[in-house]
Design a protein. Structure first.
Length: 118
C-alpha cells in the first residue's frame, strides 16, 4: 500500500502556470510508473501523463508541449508542471502509482483541484 498526497492546485488565469506535487508515503523507486490523471466535472477520469521507472515520459495529446512530468525518487515525489493553461484544463488532478509484480496495482491520491478562469 502507498498513500499519495497531491498539492499545488488552485485558481489560475488562462495562459498561466502551476506546479503540482505528489508526495508518496513510501519509496517510489520500485514503481513501474508514476502518473497524473484528471477528472473534469461531469466527465470520466483521463490520463494526463506518465513517467516510468527508467524516466520514459508519455503525454496525452491535449497536454503535449504544455505539461511536463518529472520524478524525484530521493524525495518520493512526482511533479507535474502545467503551463499555457486553458479553461478546459480545469479538473481535479490525481496522482497515481503503479506497482507491478505479475499484475499491476494502481493507487490514486485524493486529488487537487485546478481551476483555470479569468
Amino acid at each position: 500500500q502507498v498513500q499519495l498526497v497531491e498539492s499545488g492546485g488552485g485558481l489560475v488565469q488562462p495562459g498561466g502556470s502551476l506546479t503540482l506535487s505528489c508526495a508518496a508515503s513510501r519509496s517510489i523507486a520500485s514503481t513501474s510508473a508514476m502518473g497524473w490523471y484528471r477528472q473534469a466535472p461531469g466527465k470520466q477520469r483521463e490520463l494526463v501523463a506518465t513517467i516510468t521507472r527508467s524516466g520514459t515520459r508519455n503525454y496525452a495529446e491535449y497536454v503535449k508541449g504544455r505539461f511536463t512530468i518529472s520524478r524525484d525518487d530521493a524525495r518520493n515525489t512526482v511533479y507535474l508542471q502545467l503551463s499555457s493553461l486553458k479553461p478546459e484544463d480545469t479538473a481535479v488532478y490525481y496522482c497515481a502509482a503503479d506497482f507491478t509484480s505479475g499484475t499491476t496495482i494502481r493507487y490514486f491520491g485524493q486529488g487537487t483541484l485546478v481551476t483555470v478562469s479569468s
